[in-house]
Design a binder for this molecule. Structure first.
Ligand SMILES: Cc1cc2nc3c(=O)[nH]c(=O)nc-3n(C[C@H](O)[C@H](O)[C@H](O)COP(=O)(O)OP(=O)(O)OC[C@H]3O[C@@H](n4cnc5c(N)ncnc54)[C@H](O)[C@@H]3O)c2cc1C
Length: 457
């Protein structure tokens, strides 16, 4: 039997390794090939650049509220069976990854406490390195610069995968295929089609993000797959407009204010913990603010927040000035408008500043301000004044193909397409907002399930 896995991110590597292991356990001769369209040194998609936080209380346990919280993020549109399986299998998958040399730590998550998370030590790059090594040792073949182009079916069954290997078209014979080649954020045309004007110019958050151009989704749809997930949904975060490194997020904005180019505030910076506001905020900047840019403004009290640098991943220092008009000049915002905005904001900060607590929603809110600021509202009055220019950057899209709790790709009638499996970002399942710290976890869990299922046919 031959299985081809498409994509060397968390989902693909988990699938390939688990397929090789399942074949060995069953005593079956199964040839497992993993292909990636990137070169060997660039393969790994988003996973490679991701810190890969996973929403688990510890490597052997998810929180009791996991299912409820994750479904709430999807506004209860998510598939309960799928997320139940995720919760059930997560500890087993963490133990499996650990058995292959992945060490887990429990790092602090930016500044706020929020739900507990674990992380592979060394992030996604270390996770992939360990699992790729194990997959090679288990006999998986790897082909790079090999792009999947189409699923070949005969009489309702998978018979092969059409690929471009270094520019040459060929068909890899296969009885089962696992698609793990990500969302469609890397395709400007698809981004524009689904998000409208501006979708095509959105910044990609990491160097690995652009490899995922929706090819796998298109191939699955052509093979009869149904759609799933929110096709108007994406995970995006605010990053420093000047930075050139991967994911240069600036997540201290809840502790100051944010203005657009006109010098006016436009949203509640303290509406929730940063992972509850960043997606919408990043989209708002990109799609609705003049010049697709905004500025977060803080003062020197930022430096009093313990470990504040953990929430700033930009390598570029903030603009800094002793006066607000000086700061306005540095960022090119009208000084009078910025002055008025901050005066109005300061006047509305009537709570006691001692209540300020960056680690939780502290309830320190403005009075009589529109839009309000619901937490961390204290006056900006202590020079030097600081500003970071922010743009919205996309990590991944939500719209994808339908799968079930066994990682089987489903057709329009809800039945499985024989021999076709999928895991990770390519599958839909996310609606409204990305459930925090679930993307890598689900890639591993359903990748592993897909590999085992593929061997079992
Ligand atoms: C900066 C950043 C931070 C993040 N932080 C977190 C976090 O803390 N926690 C979390 O859960 N999630 C996080 N995410 C999201 C998460 O990392 C991804 O959603 C997840 O890793 C996706 O895994 P995947 O295996 O589905 O896809 P990917 O890891 O993107 O892998 C897809 C692979 O498919 C390959 N490919 C694409 N098209 C083809 C083709 N036609 N043929 C062959 N190969 C192809 C690509 O080259 C790539 O190697 C973050 C993402 C980024 C970018």
């Amino acid at each position: 039997m031959r299985i081809v896995v498409v994509g060397q991110g968390a989902a693909g590597v988990a699938a390939a390794l688990s397929a090789a292991e399942a074949a060995r356990t069953a005593g079956r001769a199964v040839a497992v090939t993993l292909i990636d369209k990137a070169s060997e040194s660039d393969a790994g998609g988003n996973t490679r650049w991701s810190p890969s936080n996973m929403r688990m209380a510890s490597p052997d346990r998810v929180e009791d509220s996991f299912l409820r919280d994750v479904l709430a993020a999807t506004k209860n549109r998510g598939d309960e069976r799928y997320f139940t399986r995720l919760a059930t299998d997560a500890p087993e998958v963490a133990a499996w990854a650990a058995s292959h040399g992945v060490a887990f730590i429990q790092p602090p998550y930016y500044l706020a406490k929020g739900p507990p998370r674990i992380q592979p030590q060394g992030g996604g790059a270390a996770l992939l390195a360990a699992l790729v090594k194990a997959a090679k040792a288990a006999g998986v073949s790897f082909r790079y610069e090999c792009a999947a182009r189409g699923i070949v079916q005969a009489e309702g069954r998978i018979v092969g995968l059409e690929v471009d290997q270094s520019g040459r078209r060929e068909t890899l014979p296969a009885e089962a295929i696992v698609l793990a080649n990500g969302g469609f954020q890397g395709s400007a045309a698809l981004m524009r089609e689904h998000f409208g004007p501006g979708g095509d110019t959105m910044r990609l958050i990491s160097p690995g993000t652009h490899y995922n151009g929706g090819d796998g989704i298109a191939m699955a749809l052509a093979a009869g797959a149904a759609k799933s997930g929110d096709w108007n949904g994406m995970h995006a975060e605010p990053v420093d407009a000047r930075a050139t490194t991967s994911a240069p997020v600036v997540l201290v904005y809840p502790f100051g204010i944010v203005v657009d180019k006109t010098g006016r505030r436009f949203f509640d910076e303290g509406a929730g913990l940063v992972h509850e506001t960043w997606e919408w905020f990043a989209r708002e900047i990109h799609f609705n603010r003049p010049g697709s840019i905004a500025y977060t403004i803080l003062d020197s009290r930022l430096f009093d927040i313990a470990d504040y640098k953990r929430a700033i991943r930009s390598e570029v220092e903030p603009f800094r000035a002793d006066t607000l008009s000086g700061l306005a000049g540095l960022i090119g915002v009208d000084a009078a408008a910025l002055g008025e905005t901050i005066a109005a904001y300061n006047a509305a900060c009537v709570g006691t500043p001692d209540a300020f607590d960056a680690t939780r929603c502290d309830g320190l809110h403005t009075h009589g301000l529109a839009p309000p600021k619901s937490n961390w509202a204290r006056a900006i009055a202590s020079p030097p004044y600081l500003a970071w220019p922010l743009v919205g950057a996309i990590a991944y899209t939500f719209g994808g193909i339908a799968t079930d709790d066994q990682a089987r790709v489903l057709n329009a009638d809800g039945g499985p397409i024989p021999g076709l499996y999928a895991a990770g970002e390519i599958t839909g399942h996310f609606y409204e907002a990305a459930p925090n710290s679930v993307a890598v976890l689900r890639a591993l869990v359903f990748g592993r399930i897909a590999g085992r299922q593929a061997v079992a046919i």
